[in-house]
Design a protein around this ligand. Structure first.
Ligand code: SF4
Length: 118
């Protein structure tokens, strides 16, 4: 049995959380002020996830900022970056537009910036 200390990143409060781990599984979570923190801590022990931010190239060569619309498994980052690097998106693009639907599982790649294209 071990105890892992984490800082919750689900909101700006940043609660200090301790997770007791037994055989790779979370058995208790303390320090979280809300259920989101418990879920974050459990996932962090079992399968850490993060929203991935990057850029894709538009058809005119412009770089468009993008992110996944949900957190991805951290160990998928490298493979997903390879997919993202091959994307060429059509213009115009508005914030929130889906650039690639279901780039992994049910997660979309969406624009975080606007681009008109000329
Ligand atoms: S546990 Fe809840 S209140 Fe605390 S940082 Fe996480 S989301 Fe915010």
């Amino acid at each position: 049995m071990s105890v892992r200390s984490l800082t919750c990143i689900e909101c700006p409060i940043g609660c200090s959380i301790e997770v007791t781990v037994e055989n790779g599984e979370p058995v208790s979570v303390t320090g979280n002020a809300c259920p989101r923190g418990k879920l974050y801590a459990e996932n962090e022990v079992i399968c850490p996830r993060r929203v991935l931010t990057s850029t894709v190239r538009a058809e005119n060569g412009e770089l468009i900022p993008v992110k996944t619309d949900k957190p991805i498994k951290k160990d998928e980052t490298f493979d997903l970056m390879k997919k993202i690097n091959r994307v060429v998106c059509k213009l115009p693009v508005k914030i929130g537009d889906i650039i690639v639907e279901n780039i992994t599982e049910d997660i979309n790649l969406i624009a975080t910036g606007n681009a008109e294209g000329v």
